[in-house]
Ligand binder design. Structure first.
Ligand SMILES: CC/C=C\C/C=C\C/C=C\C/C=C\C/C=C\C/C=C\CCC(=O)SCCNC(=O)CCNC(=O)[C@H](O)C(C)(C)COP(=O)(O)OP(=O)(O)OC[C@H]1O[C@@H](n2cnc3c(N)ncnc32)[C@H](O)[C@@H]1OP(=O)(O)O
Ligand SMILES: CCCCCCCCCCCCCCCCCC(=O)OC[C@@H](O)COP(=O)(O)O
Length: 427
């Protein structure tokens, strides 16, 4: 390890990085607050301003990944789809296995010029995370409690608002709803079994409501779904703390562009379509685990300098007053002031550690982890079944999907309607 590598592991460097992130983030949050009056005067301008302000925050984390840790990102995609990326609004469906998968997503957003405007269907808890969560409020991020009865109204309203969004955006959906753990996987596969759906090896069973409602309400605005699968080389399990320590990872992202027109409009057909998509994603993961790569050509977009320049700008701006303050402090010689400052620094680093904790899987939620929830849903499922979505029908449709599997893959290449045949199950 070189001198620079050693430097990256020093606690003082982490303190400086976190200080710059926290203070610049709070300044940006304050500026976002100042745009509130502008919303009633010129909403589109307010949105554009907020996209740029948000970029100042999220690009710092991207710079940390790209320039500090030197993590490499390889994109596997059809060259014919490449020109569309960053030039259209899209829904991104991504697997949810890694602590920094959101950061890799952001990196691709940055490389295609949509970082400031990127959106996600996020759990409500994240809205309260200082800096990032507060920034999201001004970006009109869609939040959910992960309980459809409570979410339906707000999610639909939030999606409707995005219909006239003035910037190109990618709307990220982790349809699995939570990060993959062995326990969540086991419970989720019990649900799959009850529903007569094929078992998945690498994914949790997707929750379909969010996807279907997003497709339904953003139709006409969004033109494609990007079916994306992320992996890290050599079974790496990257963490944000690893990135902060300058550890280099190698991410592989497979993206398949599916025109939105080819996704069924009918809700139950759309749900079947999504289950089918996850069965295909699972097969792709199997291939990756055997060969260590995704099929098809790689077309990695290069890093852009803007994230780094923005980061350097904030470092220069905020380090100077910090140095002055520290000098003054130690010259003053007051034990009380010095102790207060040390305590404040300690509290701030605890705060940042808590924020980093939000990304850690072993501190994750118990969502999808509870037997109780499973039983409740099984009951809900029974009720729904009466409502024509019978397990039997579901199983029959799945069989239809299986039979049409290869046909589907070829059809998708040609951007054709997904499984007319499966749709004809009339589920
Ligand atoms: C070219 C480059 C391309 C791509 C680059 C990649 C990415 C970049 C893109 C954008 C980046 C943007 C931003 C990134 C930045 C940060 C993101 C960070 C974090 C946010 C992430 C989150 O917060 S994830 C958590 C919140 N989100 C979600 O949960 C979304 C998914 N969920 C849904 O959509 C749900 O439908 C819902 C939450 C809306 C509602 O859920 P609910 O459960 O109430 O209803 P459902 O009907 O959907 O599900 C219930 C049915 O599910 C069955 N089921 C399945 N598994 C289980 C289980 N384990 N336990 C119990 N039940 C289960 C259940 O049986 C129900 O079935 P019924 O038949 O009875 O309905
Ligand atoms: C320059 C950079 C400085 C870095 C230091 C400061 C880092 C502060 C980081 C704050 C990050 C907060 C954004 C959190 C995004 C977390 C995304 C995520 O993965 O959420 C999990 C949910 O999907 C599901 O939750 P679970 O049900 O699995 O539980």
């Amino acid at each position: 390890m070189g001198l620079f590598g050693l430097l990256k592991m020093q606690f003082v460097c982490h303190l400086i990085i976190c200080y710059v992130f926290l203070v610049s983030g709070l300044i940006v949050n304050f500026l976002q607050l100042c745009t509130l009056p502008l919303w009633s005067i010129n909403k589109q301008l307010a949105r554009k301003v907020n996209c740029r302000l948000a970029y100042c925050i999220s690009s710092q984390m991207v710079a940390l990944l790209e320039w500090w840790s030197g993590t490499e990102c390889t994109l596997y995609t059809d060259p014919a789809s490449y020109p569309f990326y960053g030039k259209e609004d899209a829904i991104v469906v991504l697997n949810h296995n890694f602590e920094i998968d959101f950061l890799c997503g952001w990196t691709f957003c940055e490389r295609f010029g949509v970082l400031g405007s990127s959106k996600v269907l996020a759990k409500k808890e994240l809205a309260y995370v200082p800096v990032i969560g507060w920034m999201w409020y001004f970006l009109e991020i869609v939040f959910c409690k992960r309980k459809w009865e409570e979410d339906q109204k707000t999610v639909v309203q939030s999606l409707q608002r995005l219909k006239d969004y003035p910037e190109n955006f990618w709307f990220l959906l982790y349809c699995e709803g939570t990060r993959f753990t062995q326990k969540k996987h086991k419970i989720s596969m019990e649900v799959a079994e009850r529903k007569g759906l094929p078992k998945l090896k690498y994914h949790l069973l997707p929750r379909t409501k969010g996807f279907c409602v997003t497709v339904q309400h953003l139709r006409g605005k969004v033109t494609a779904v990007y079916d994306s699968t992320l992996n890290f080389r050599n079974n790496q399990t990257p963490t944000l703390l690893g990135i902060l320590n300058g550890k280099k990872y190698h991410a592989d992202l497979y993206v398949r562009r599916i025109p939105l027109d080819s996704i069924p409009e009918n809700e139950s057909e759309c749900a079947i379509w999504l289950h089918k998509l996850y069965q295909e994603k699972d097969e792709l993961q199997e291939k990756y685990s055997v060969t260590g790569r995704f099929p098809g050509p790689t077309l990695s977009p290069p890093r852009r300098p803007w994230a780094l320049l923005n980061w350097l700008f904030w470092i220069c701006l905020l380090l100077f007053p910090l140095c002055l303050l520290l000098l003054q402090l130690f010259h003053s010689g007051s034990a009380f002031t010095i102790c207060t400052t040390v305590l404040l620094c300690f509290a701030a680093s605890l705060g940042v550690r808590w924020m980093i904790g939000q990304t850690e899987i072993n501190r994750g939620s118990s969502y999808g982890n509870k037997e109780g929830q499973l039983n409740n849903n099984a009951q809900v499922s029974k009720v729904t079944n009466k409502d024509s979505r019978t397990t039997k029908t579901s199983a029959a449709c799945t069989a239809g999907i299986k039979n049409n599997h290869e046909q589907f893959s070829t059809k998708q290449e040609g951007n054709t309607q997904l499984d007319q045949d499966t749709g004809s199950c009339s589920c």
